[in-house]
Design a protein around this ligand. Structure first.
Ligand code: MRU
Length: 359
């Protein structure tokens, strides 16, 4: 892949090599890209969600270290200061901290920090892309098993937020098995939670699936429980921003409610993740995973396109009402059927995770 992925790529359109990314804030209304050529631009792009999704945040952070290395002319001590800024740009997705720490540790004994930063960022991202392919294969095997057991030909999968290739290079996590299902000729239909307040499902997942011609229906966030009760959901697959050592899963706000409904209705609830999403420092995810608190404006205002094709942001609440905007919630391990990983399906359990990932 060599630095060229679907959501981001190394670009020489600017004076120095830089990172070009899809501006995810504009989708599905406009396809636009942004150049990131300074540490400040990398930090701002992560904060304002030009790029988002745990995996892609980590990918951009790894290339951000390369960009920072160019900026400081390869001075390792100065690079560590820039790295700290990137590391702090969002709090919940551990892939961000993982990528920064990995890059800084790999560069410690480097004789050519700039060249090596480029090389290590590409290696790290190529590995992530391969893990995503593995997730696709293992996840699709589960889809085939479910269809066989139910003696059905069409599978209905519910997903929350966006965990496709806009979120994790280069096939995504939760959507990776769905893309693989299409390749294997399986009739797959996706229930796409709109995912308030930023609507990553309605805007990004729907856009991604449409690009690939995959059947999907956008639903209001509160619809999933009803669909499960009337037998219209065969399985749930979501991604994750951080999985603690005991298998608790932080993902986009609202995931926990879907897991409760799935549990109550006996529907398999899977979480698809690359190895970089584990946080072995945290043993109790519900208690200790840091949850991002974002601006109340994301709840009070909504963005869309009007009848004249103009993109507008409108307020949907009384002007003076206050709102609160938690970005994520944590689903306890007991509600999770399995973690779909690059090493196969793993129980969301402390010992099983340790055995598979810590050898
Ligand atoms: O706030 P976002 O859009 O970065 O949140 C993204 C999600 O919650 C995804 O579901 C998650 O990152 C899993 S896919 C890596």
């Amino acid at each position: 892949m060599q630095g060229k992925y679907k959501a981001l790529w190394l670009s020489d359109d600017m004076f120095d090599e830089c990172l070009e990314v899809i501006d995810q804030r504009q989708l599905p209304f406009e396809y636009d890209t942004k150049y990131l050529s300074t540490t400040d631009e990398v930090v701002e792009a992560i904060k304002n969600m030009t790029v988002r999704g745990a995996g892609v945040i980590g990918s951009v952070a790894a290339f951000g270290i390369y960009i920072a290395a160019i900026e400081v002319y390869g001075d390792y001590e100065a690079l560590k200061e820039k790295a700290a800024l990137i590391r702090e740009s969002r709090p919940t997705a551990v892939n961000l901290m993982w990528a920064v720490d990995k890059m800084i540790s790999l560069l410690k004994s480097s004789d050519n920090v700039v060249e090596d930063a480029r090389k290590f960022a590409i290696e790290l991202n190529d590995k992530e892309a391969l893990e995503s392919q593995k997730i696709a294969e293992f996840g699709c095997d589960i889809i085939e098993d479910i269809l066989k057991k139910k003696n059905k030909t069409r599978i209905n999968i519910l997903t929350h937020c966006n965990a496709g290739w806009l979120a994790v290079i280069d096939e995504g996590t939760a959507l990776a098995p769905i893309y693989e299902a299409k390749r294997r000729g399986i009739d797959v239909h996706v229930w796409v939670d709109e995912t308030r307040p930023r609507n990553q499902g309605a805007s990004l997942t729907a856009w991604e699936l449409a690009q690939d011609g995959i059947a999907h229906t956008i639903i209001a966030d509160n619809t999933g429980g009803h669909l499960m009760q009337i037998g219209e959901v065969d399985m749930v697959i979501v991604g994750a921003d951080r999985v603690s050592a005991n298998g608790d899963v932080a993902n986009k706000i609202g995931t926990y409610l879907k897991a409760l409904a799935a549990h109550d209705n006996g529907i398999p609830f899977y979480v698809a993740i690359p190895a970089s999403t584990f946080d072995f420092e945290i043993n109790d995810g519900v208690k200790d995973i840091p949850i991002e608190l974002r601006s109340e404006d994301e709840v009070k205002y909504i963005r869309g396109v009007d009848a004249d094709g103009v993109i507008r942001e409108v307020r949907i609440t009384p002007e003076n009402s206050s709102a609160i905007n938690y970005g994520f919630d944590v689903t306890p391990a007991r509600l999770i059927t399995g973690l779909i990983t690059n090493k196969g399906v793993c129980e969301a359990d402390f010992d099983k995770i340790r055995e598979k990932f810590r050898g």
